[in-house]
Ligand binder design. Structure first.
Ligand code: PEP
Ligand code: CO
Length: 448
């Protein structure tokens, strides 16, 4: 197995690292990291390799990636209902996508470790008081008090444990009766909706039931495949000491892997070519994502992809563009052309959320459903025009009945936002909005 030149597990430490918290007690920090390093991995290198191969299939046009979940998970939300409802909405969406696209859908949750957030400022001010910004439950706590905002190393252990607990529940649900395609009624959410999307979804489920009866009759051997699903995890690899502690060398000699998640990604604020995040992820075998904002130019993206994937391994790099509905026509074509000219193997994915965040008149962060849909549609059209292919979508969503994004078929207005604005960070699509997006994507992939 060829090792990455000039890379070691801590070579990132000699590079500039953005968005890292400082800890007062370094001895205690090191004790916590030593405990983390000894704990077993959360995922295995075999699973990671399997996901990389599946993403390579998506790159080749034979599969499609649905990545979604909370902007930030919180430790308090590590309970069965929150986890199951996220799984339910992703399973319902993937069913819609399979039907529309006739392609295998790769499900990738922003789940079981999405606990660290980049912040635009190191500090937050409220009524004359200045405290460190909240950086996610992995680092400090959200309430605005000095004690909660202190960076506490032991929170990394709590995050590892919550990730393990979440993953354990996901694995059990994916293997057992819950995920069985013969019983999609298990994926009904606990609240009742009579919207257009729900009705469309129910119609789809009943035609699927007919198809399944047919398959079961002619080919019983296929059935076991339909009784379980693959479900992979992902999070932003932001907090480097934690990510390093979960990065392990595989016992079978296939190199280094981040075994804290299947698919780590590098955020828009930490993708500096010479930065510490790119350095740590350069040396691992996982499939990885890189967020690309509107300021990136084509050459920069090509260099970044080369550094992260010098062997041009299929499935290794997913470029997640998140440029905003107003800018996509200006900035995406040059990125696509540059990557095409470089002959790099990448999977293109669209995140239509992070370039479309706006402030409502009440001062809270929101996103307009129409902007999200518009960026997504433009992405499909631009890739199609340039002979490229959009291979996935990256969404912030929840299975709960929240009111965080404006619009959609229920016509959520600014006055509705306060009803159930529950996010820890960015505004998420609710169930109806997520399903509406899924139906539109299904049409687009079907047409591609
Ligand atoms: C996110 O995915 O929540 C995020 C912070 O995205 P980006 O790095 O694209 O801004
Ligand atoms: Co976000």
């Amino acid at each position: 197995m060829e090792m990455t030149p000039d890379w070691t597990i801590d070579s990132w430490k000699s590079k500039p690292a953005n968005q890292q918290p400082t800890y007062n007690d370094l001895e205690y920090l090191n004790e916590v990291l030593a405990v983390l390093r000894r704990l077993p991995p959360l995922v295995t290198s075999w699973e990671v390799d399997r996901l990389r191969d599946q993403i390579a299939e998506a790159q080749a046009g034979n599969a499609w990636v649905l990545q979604g979940g909370d902007c930030a998970e919180s430790y308090d939300d590590c309970h069965s209902e929150a986890i199951a409802s996220k799984l339910k909405v992703l399973l319902q969406m993937s069913l819609v996508l399979v039907f529309g696209s006739r392609k295998r859908i790769i499900r990738l949750g922003r789940i079981a470790g999405q606990y660290a957030k980049p912040r635009s400022s190191d500090v937050e001010q409220r009524e004359g008081q200045t405290l460190p910004s909240y950086r996610g439950d992995l680092i400090n706590r959200a309430p605005f008090t000095a004690e909660h905002r202190r960076n506490a190393p032991e929170l990394m252990l709590r995050g590892y444990e919550r990730s393990a607990i979440t993953l354990n529940f996901i694995r059990a649900l994916s293997e057992g009766g819950f995920a069985d395609l013969h019983h999609p009624e298990n994926w009904q959410l606990n609240f009742v909706t009579e919207s257009q999307e729900s009705l469309r979804y129910r119609a789809l489920v009943s035609s699927m039931a007919d198809a399944l009866r047919f398959i079961d009759a002619i080919s019983p051997a296929q059935i076991s495949e339909l009784r379980r699903v693959d479900f992979f995890t992902s999070h932003e690899a932001l907090h480097l000491p934690y990510e390093q502690a979960l990065t392990r060398e595989s016992v079978r000699g296939t190199g280094w892997y981040n075994l804290g998640t299947h698919f780590p990604w590098i955020g828009e604020r930490t993708r500096a070519f010479d930065g510490a995040h790119v350095e740590l992820l350069r040396g691992i075998r996982n499939p990885i994502g890189v967020k690309i904002g509107p300021s990136a130019n084509g050459d920069e993206v090509v260099e970044l992809v080369r550094r992260l994937n010098p062997d041009n391994t299929p499935g290794r790099v997913t470029l997640i563009h998140r440029v905003g509905s107003a800018k996509i026509t200006d900035v995406l074509p040059t990125m696509i052309q540059a990557i095409r000219d470089s002959k790099a193997n990448v999977l293109w994915m669209c995140d239509p959320m992070h370039g479309n965040t706006v402030t409502a008149s009440s001062g809270i962060k929101t996103r307009r459903f129409d902007d999200i849909l518009s960026e997504l549609r433009s992405a499909f059209a631009i890739h199609r025009e340039l002979g490229s292919r959009l291979g996935g979508v990256h969404l912030e969503l929840t299975g709960e009945d929240v009111t965080e994004c404006l619009g959609g078929s229920n016509g959520l207005t600014e006055d509705d936002l306060h009803t159930a604005y529950n996010t820890n960070c960015d505004p998420r699509l609710n169930y109806e909005q997520a399903m509406e997006i899924a139906f539109s994507i299904a049409n687009e992939i079907g047409a591609a």
